[in-house]
Design a protein around this ligand. Sequence first.
Ligand SMILES: *Cc1c(COP(=O)(O)O)cnc(C)c1O
Length: 461
Amino acid sequence: MQVPDWETPLGEAYRHALAHLTGLPGRPVGVPVDPAAMRAALGGPVPETPTPAADVITALATAAGPGLMATGSGRFFGFVIGGVTPAALAADWLTATWDQNAGLYAVSPAAAAVEEIAGGWLLDILGLPGDASVGFVTGAQMANLTALAAARHEMLRRVGWDVEKRGLAAAPTVRVLAGADRHDTIDRALRFLGLGTDAIVAVEADSQGRMRVDALRRALDEQSGPVIVCAQAGNVNSGAVDPIGAIVDLAHGVGAWVHVDGAFGLWAAASPDLKPLLAGVERADSWATDAHKWLNVPYDSGLVFCAHPAAHRAAMGVRAAYLVHADGAGRDPLDHNPEFSRRARGFAVYAALRALGRSGVAEIVDRCCALARRFADRLGAADGVTVLNDVVLNQVLVRFDGPDERTRSVIDALRADGTCFVSGTTWRGRAAMRISVTNWTTDADDVDASVKAMLTLAGPR
Ligand SMILES: *Cc1c(COP(=O)(O)O)cnc(C)c1O
């Protein structure tokens, strides 16, 4: 067998990777791109003949560079985006190198075992039931889909309907009670599952975006058939956490399934100080979260947990004659996620947890929340600036007094300036600037420099 030259292209990739990572603190965040120049540098006609791998890597890194957003910067506060920790990134490199197909235990015993072990650690760190089943998916979108598929199975099974076999045509109607401020991925998951968005009964939310318990009680009273309740830990704008314990009490009282979308907010359960916010979360039936947000694992990495492993496997499991199923020897990952062949994304999660430890995970969450409060304190004290939300987690919503246009123009000016990156939203009908502190490297200096840029660019009222 011929041994290809690995060293030159991997060396070139390593050099560019290191330059990117070490350059992050000093580089502008969110620099404007010239789209035409970027496409011209990357594009051109189909290559007719081969190019040496190392040259391809050099050309790619050079041409892509200007279009890469510094999302790994400690001053990137847009959307809810984490960076990468050294252990997680290095494990992710090995994951690509090993190129394991993590679908079956038989194809990669190590990938399957690492997912089993990391899954157990996650349940422990997040305070979820130790016997819950775990799936490694691409993100919270697929985690919500997987959990809701398990919920759909179980709620219909209880009324004597086998949805995996018979589908939804002629099935009893399933209603999904979800907060008015739920994430859009819940609606999208219901579209994929054939339940449709008409299945949603929107439950009124309070000023912070939390599901109102009295409204849930009324909505539950009106249902007769199978019901799934979707609670949320971490509103994507305000960071607010639904009153999960009260939701579980009411929903379980009428035999409904409770799913918790905790894409980032579920990590608050890892912090002894913040855990009370999620009181009762361990009594839910399924949970979705992301490793690529607050755990700072490279994309793509989401997690689904289910308190009913049989329902989870009934919804996702596969049996085929040509496959070698573990059946007792180990756990086949493909029984827990919608993918068949897939990347062994458990290695990076495992490395992140092993490097950080329980205390390290809590420390990232606590520090991000403390820095979000620092943003709120400093901006809230400035003239003509209003913090719109109770800063309970890592999200801050800010409005610059005056017409919506003023707040939007500060967001645009920040992007052009490059000190930091924030995204915008509409909150309770008015334009707002969203600050999300999710990166593990963000420190007080990053916050202070960003506040200064925000206030300078906003100018006098
Ligand atoms: C980010 C987010 C999602 C979607 O997660 P992806 O990882 O992008 O699929 C779902 N729900 C909430 C609350 C989120 O913050």
